[in-house]
Design a protein around this ligand. Structure first.
Ligand SMILES: Nc1nc2c(c(=O)[nH]1)N[C@H]1C(S)=C(S)[C@@H](COP(=O)(O)O)O[C@H]1N2
Ligand SMILES: [Mo]
Length: 448
């Protein structure tokens, strides 16, 4: 027992500090020179000790694979251990990725609810948190620029003038999955937890824009909010993103004032935010004060350079590319997560049927299938996939795995979107700020 623990810590540390040497140790010296051999002999014993049990499907384990039991979390926070969030009303199970500005993600196993409650909903700020509004209904937003009738409306007026709608919709940070890129990409090292799915109530943005009357020249939106830049400089924007008119006119885009039936909490942009589903969360502007209609693509904070932009033709990982080869990231890619059992679960000896639960979503598209594997992807079986409640809702899924014996297993989930695109094994289309990292999800379980 003691020996096992020592070796466990040793190999985990080694994978953290010197993955190439750990690889060589576990997979044999050939791994280090790129001709990876089979996992066997001393390597298999070391790997088994490291993960805490025998590995029944070792034969189909891809050479060089770092076991999920040892590879969880992003390189940076893992070094000092995940920092639990301490925020009023929020679960301590959330992981802090940054405290100035406050950024916290939700571990996959906390996304097990159909509707993500406030306490488990991730937080992503770029600037200083504004003070809570004195009067929610008195909060004003302006609509101006390429419109026939510029508007200034209080929240109270928005509520009485337009017909509110409630939809269950995914909000996902553009950088979700960033930590899966190799080499490491710049930005908050999200695993899969920069996402949540809530019931959002608000008035359709399209109705507000129609009331202002778009001029034929209106091509793009620009969003502004009340949060100051981190430096406190009032001339700088903490964030100012926008979208093309067809996206802005979709019926599900809302000017939101309630989340899960409650007034929108300040930390999530209350009293008023945008909720633009399917595209990077940064379009869902919090503490919304102003929407400007522009005659061209917006160039505010978060619209240029490597921000929310991905290469058109693939670039060399870790390298640089021409600005002309970058385009704005629009729809988010397909992703699935296993929400139960949690990663690292220890299950009773003799258990042969493991019920699984999870979620899947695909930006503007729907999910056509979710498959699961417990033998490192050698065989896959289809999960039961529920329909979304409305467009942009996530799709919950369930499955049962049959295990041949006790031991160490990895549950892998892989979703395919309605256009036939599946989650890859490794993050593809590397880009400097790590957008679109949607690798299949892996959860380690130990039976017995
Ligand atoms: N005003 C403002 N809106 C903002 C942000 C911000 O920093 N300021 N962050 C954006 C980003 S990057 C994301 S992912 C979502 C996160 O929303 P949440 O904190 O409610 O989860 O808000 C978006 N809206
Ligand atoms: Mo984000």
């Amino acid at each position: 027992m003691t020996r096992q623990r020592t070796s466990e810590r040793g190999l985990t540390e080694l994978y953290g500090n010197d993955p190439e040497r750990a690889d060589a140790l576990v997979f044999g010296r050939r791994a280090a020179v790129g001709r990876r051999g089979f996992l066997g002999g001393a390597g298999l014993a070391a790997m088994g000790a490291a993960v805490g049990g025998a590995i029944p499907f070792a034969a189909s384990m891809p050479a060089g694979l770092v076991p999920a039991a040892l590879a969880q979390g992003s390189p940076a926070p893992a070094a000092k251990g995940p920092q639990p969030l301490d925020f009023p009303g929020k679960s301590k199970g959330l992981t802090v990725l940054g405290d100035r500005p406050l950024v916290a993600e939700t571990p996959e196993q906390l996304l097990d609810d159909e509707v993500t409650p406030f306490e488990k909903f991730f937080i992503r700020n770029n600037g200083q948190l504004p003070e809570a509004a004195a009067s929610a209904d008195g909060w004003k937003i302006k609509v101006e620029g390429e419109v026939n009738t510029p508007l200034e409306l209080s929240l109270g007026e928005l509520k009485s003038r337009f017909q509110p709608k409630t939809y269950r919709m995914v909000l996902e940070c553009g950088g979700n999955g960033r930590s899966f890129f190799v080499p490491q990409a710049r930005g908050n090292p999200w695993t899969n937890g920069g996402v949540g799915c809530a019931e959002w109530t608000g008035v359709p943005l399209a109705d507000v824009l129609k009331a202002a009357g778009l001029k034929p020249s209106a091509a793009y939106t620009a969003h502004y909010g009340a949060d100051l830049h981190l430096s406190g400089d009032p001339d700088k924007e903490s964030l100012s993103r926008g979208m093309p008119i067809p996206k802005a006119m979709e019926e599900h885009g809302l000017v939101v004032f309630a989340m899960n039936g409650q007034p929108l909490p300040t930390i999530h942009g209350g009293p008023v935010r945008l909720l633009i589903p399917g595209w990077p969360g940064s379009l869902s502007h919090k503490w919304l004060t102003r929407i400007v209609l522009r005659d061209r693509e917006h160039d505010g904070q978060g619209m240029t350079g490597t921000s929310y932009r991905v290469p058109i033709r693939p670039m060399i990982p870790g390298g640089k590319t021409d600005d002309a080869n970058m385009r704005i990231l629009e729809s988010m890619p397909v992703r699935s997560i296993v929400t139960n059992p949690p990663n690292g679960a220890r299950l009773a000896a003799g258990l042969r049927e493991v019920p699984l639960r999870g979620a899947a979503w695909a930006g503007d598209d729907t999910v056509s299938k979710v498959e699961v594997s417990c033998d490192f992807g050698a065989t896959w079986s289809a999960a039961q996939l529920a329909a979304p409640k409305n467009r942009y809702d996530w799709q919950r899924w369930t499955a049962r795995l049959t295990l041949p014996s006790d031991g160490y297993f990895e549950v892998w989930s892989r979703a395919t979107d309605s256009r036939g695109r599946a989650q890859p094994h490794a993050a593809a289309n590397w880009n400097p700020q790590g957008y679109g990292g949607n690798t299949l999800h892996r959860v380690a379980i130990l039976v017995g």
